[in-house]
Ligand binder design. Sequence first.
Ligand code: 2DT
Length: 212
Amino acid sequence: SGGKSESRGALIVLEGLDRSGKTSQSSKLLTYLEGLGHSAELWRFPDRSTNVGQMISMYLSNKSQLDDHTIHLLFSANRWEKRSLMETKLKTGTTLIVDRYSYSGVAFSSAKGLALEWCKAPEIGLLSPDLVLYLDIQPEKAAERGGYGGERYEQLEFQKKVAKCYQVLHDASWKIIDACQPIEDIEKQLQEIVLDCVMTCQKGKPLSNLWS
Ligand code: 2DT
C-alpha cells in the first residue's frame, strides 16, 4: 500500500534524552501510519546489526574503549552506510520513522566536550529530516522514570549536558513536544504533526541534505 508511486515518503526523526519515550512513540507512529494505509518503516540509530554497529554496541555496553572522536565517526559512518537505502525507500514512497539520528550524534559527542562544528562536519550530506520530533523532558524527570540500563551515557549528570547540547540544534524542522504529558496526549499530537508532514512530502516537497 502507500499511495501514488511518484510521491515520496517522509523522513521523520524522533529525538530526546534517554527515557523520554522516543522508542514507544516511534512504534505507535508506525502502527498509526500503517493503519492509514501508508507504507512506513521504523528505523533506529545506532543500527547495531552492521559491522560498524557491532563496534558501537561494544562501546556502549562498556566492552570496548574508544577515543571520543573515533566513536563519533563510527556513529556517523553507521548513518552513511544506510544513506543510499534510506534515499531509495523515501523515493519509492516509504515513510521512515527514525529513532535517533545526527542530532543524537552531535548532542552526545559535544556533551563530552568535542567542538560543535567538528561534530557536525561528518553529518554533512546525509539526508535532512522533513521533521524532527523532540520529546522534551527535564533530565531529572527522565531519571525518575527509572530503567536507565547499564549503558555508557545513561547517567543523570551526563544527560543534563546532552539536554543543553540538543538546545543549540533546534531549527525550523523541529517540533518540541512536552514529554511529561499523558502518553495518549503525546501520541495524538505526534499523529497530527506526522500526518501533516507525510502529506506535504507526498505533494512533492524536495528531499534535501544536512545541514541546511
Ligand atoms: P539507544 O540505542 O538506547 O537509543 O542508545 N548516540 C546515538 C550517540 O552518542 N551518537 C549517535 O549518533 C547516536 C545515534 C545515544 C544509543 C546511545 O548512543 C548515543 C544513546
